[in-house]
Design a protein around this ligand. Sequence first.
Ligand SMILES: [Zn+2]
Length: 221
Amino acid sequence: MIPGARLIILGRQGAGKGTQCVRLSRHFVVPHISTGDVLRAAVREGSELGRTAKEIMDAGGLVSDEIMVGIVEERLNHGDARTRGYILDGFPRTVPQAKALDEITVDRPLDCVIDLDVSREMVLQRISARRVCRDCGTNYVASGFDKHQWICEVCGGEVMQRDDDTPDAINRRLDLYEEQTSPLIEFYGNDGRLVIVDGNASPDVVFQRMTAAVEAARRPS
Ligand SMILES: [Zn+2]
């Protein structure tokens, strides 16, 4: 059996991070821990941190680094993550969170941090092509920049582009992502844990590149 893995995956929206996280999680037999899911689970389970987070979110506030770190720490202490490892997706988001993660994982440190790098142009193309059925939520891909609406094959509803999938809105999200993530890239780049994987290829090729990167990172140098 292949050993587990302890990974952080970074990448722009539309880089294919979600798909690759699922595949990596199956390959290494480790949980895919996405911050959103973990936060929702903590709220659902009603842990002390979950209850605090819920109060903050219900009041329209943002969950602090400290609470987010606590919630992730609780999740990393579950048996699956302790024994096999994990794929962290959406955490850390800030350098203070990254430093706190290093303290939490001091006994079982990260293998590496993968930055799934897809050109801005490619991401813009991919997201601009997304269409969704207004009624049943089925996803479609438009060819080119075709703006026509069409009819859902599943339910007959209207298939359209989300308001926030227009080039302007996408560019704003990408700017924000870069602004937030560049300190993290620098943090992990400076201490040699960052691996940049070229994501401008088919999902199969990108997956091979990612597993090769993990194996290379943990080969004793
Ligand atoms: Zn539909």
